[in-house]
Design a protein around this ligand. Structure first.
Ligand code: CTP
Ligand code: MG
Length: 230
């Protein structure tokens, strides 16, 4: 039996740090919206069967239009998201019926995810029930509280996380159900939730420095350069 491979694209944020007057996923980078670019990366990957887009509730029509105008064929659902990312992610994954399906959860705000990263995440799920994308930290990371340094860390062991994060659907659904009972307290990313409840060993796929999360206005110029290279 072939197991389906899903992508869940999280596009339900408001982009407050971008502060551009509308959700940042609709900013155009070299002529294409950020969310359109993210969907396209999964649309063109032959390992992906279906795409679920989790949309900012007021923007469902806008996303529907982008999907139609771009000719994307794999988008089967466009659903309204939640107030925090983990909630949006649980809503997206909730649309998957089969527990043994593979699902890659991806930030719409990371439009430059490569085909190699997507391929590696899908492949890792043959041996692991969860997979993270991460790159080695280049800056030294410290711990701090109330404006004071409280601890050092060993940089050689530090990694910065990206998306996609991949799972067997049953594993991430269970993690989300447990997190929901605690009101998603402290839940930032999906691998973090699976790790918290000890539900799976989490493999790591090497990310890429160009797989940036477009967050602040300064990131737009960098994104234009990355798009120009692509
Ligand atoms: N996201 C989501 N639902 C939320 C919050 C975030 O689907 N309630 C998505 C965003 O659309 C984005 C990804 O999660 O693609 C990563 O979040 P982030 O970069 O923080 O985006 P925003 O929350 O939109 O930005 P900000 O935190 O500056 O408001
Ligand atoms: Mg946010």
């Amino acid at each position: 039996m072939t197991r389906l491979v899903y992508a869940v694209i999280l596009a339900s944020g408001k982009g407050e740090r971008m502060n551009c007057g509308f959700p940042k996923q609709f900013i155009e980078i070299a002529g294409k919206t950020i969310v359109g670019r993210s969907i396209e990366a999964f649309e063109k990957n032959s390992g992906i069967d279906e795409i679920i887009v989790v949309s900012e509730p007021a923007c469902i029509e806008k996303i529907t239009e982008i999907v139609k105008n771009s000719g994307f064929k794999k988008v089967t659902k466009i659903v309204p998201g939640g107030v925090i990312r983990a909630e949006s992610s649980s809503i997206g994954v909730g649309g998957i019926a089969e527990d043994d399906a593979k699902v890659l959860i991806h930030d719409a705000a990371r439009p430059f995810v490569s085909q190699r990263i997507i391929d590696d995440c899908i492949a890792a799920l043959d041996s692991f029930d969860a997979v993270h994308t991460a790159i080695k930290a280049t800056d030294t990371i410290i711990e701090a509280e109330n404006g004071k340094m409280t601890a050092t860390t060993d940089r050689s062991r530090m990694m910065q996380v990206q998306t996609p994060q991949g799972f067997r659907a049953g594993v991430i659904k269970k993690a989300h159900a447990l997190a929901k009972e605690e009101g998603f307290a402290g839940a930032t990313d999906d691998c973090g939730i699976v790790f918290k409840y000890g539900l799976a060993d989490i493999s790591i796929v090497e990310g890429e420095r160009t797989n940036i999360k477009i967050t602040y206005p300064e990131d737009i110029a960098v994104a234009e350069i990355i798009a120009g290279k692509g």
